[in-house]
Ligand binder design. Structure first.
Ligand code: OAD
Length: 227
């Protein structure tokens, strides 16, 4: 069975009602990254950080996977599909994808501030100051903040090297190390980029599909299943 590696970004969840970051109505147009998504912010204004992630978590509880997420599940009937996502939502999992690696953490999880191995599922949307881990320290969002290491990148690189097909969906490819994954794809491997604002990010085998994920991903999946 051939392996399809998929790199997704905020754009795949846009049609589910989750905001992207750098589009006109994106989150980084309304919030300063360093004020809500950095270790410095957590140290100095933790309530602001909590509020930012609580608001997004609350939205996620009512968001539903869209046609883009669902189409990727269908691809598993013919391929070994590995999804590497920059997204912190769980919409790939809820759509039914079997192998999902979160590069930037998971919104519905929280972790201890003194022992990073203590990670918990949060069954409510609100994390509060005073919510403690079993060792008595404050819980924080299980998110990779700016300036923090990306622990899953090594695993993602190993997956990228194994790709027989590589698909990029709904990402500006502006954030590293995620964007560097294309450097690990074998040159002969066909690459596809589904994004209304996709640009030519590689000189090899790249096919650009300038569509929203809800339209472009089902089209591409049909092509890969029947082509
Ligand atoms: P960006 O906001 O940078 O890019 C979103 C991409 O989605 C853009 O290229 C849009 O053109 C595209 N897009 C918008 N609507 C779409 C749709 N309906 N279908 C398909 N594509 C659509 O978001 P990311 O590239 O995901 O990190 O950003 C990467 C990282 O930067 C995020 O994981 C986050 C952020 O800072 C952290 O918070 C650590």
């Amino acid at each position: 069975m051939e392996t399809v590696v998929v790199l997704t970004g905020a754009g795949i969840s846009a049609e589910s009602g989750c905001n992207t970051f750098r589009d006109n109505n994106g989150l980084w147009r309304k919030h300063r990254v360093e004020e809500v998504a950095s270790p410095y912010a957590w140290q100095h204004t933790p309530q602001l950080v909590m509020d930012f992630y609580n608001e997004r978590r609350k939205k996620l509880f009512t968001a539903q996977p869209n046609a883009g997420h669902k189409a990727l599940v269908k691809l598993e009937s013919k391929y070994h599909v590995i999804i590497i996502t920059q997204n912190v939502d769980d919409l790939h999992e809820r759509a039914g994808s079997s192998h999902v690696l979160h590069l930037h953490g998971e919104l519905k999880k929280v972790r201890s501030t003194i022992d990073p191995t203590l990670v918990y599922e949060l069954d409510k949307w609100e994390l509060k100051l005073g919510d403690l881990c079993e060792k008595g320290s404050q819980l924080r969002p299980h998110i990779v903040w700016f300036g923090e290491a990306v622990p899953m990148i090594e695993q993602a690189i190993e997956m990228a090297k194994k790709a027989d097909h590589f698909i990029i969906i709904g990402t500006s490819m502006a954030v590293y190390p995620a964007a560097s994954l294309i450097n690990y794809i074998k040159r002969s491997v066909p690459m596809y980029y589904v994004d209304p604002n996709a640009t030519s990010i590689s000189d090899s085998n790249l096919q650009i599909i300038k569509e929203k994920a809800g339209v472009g991903v089902p089209l591409l999946v049909e092509l890969l299943l029947n082509g």
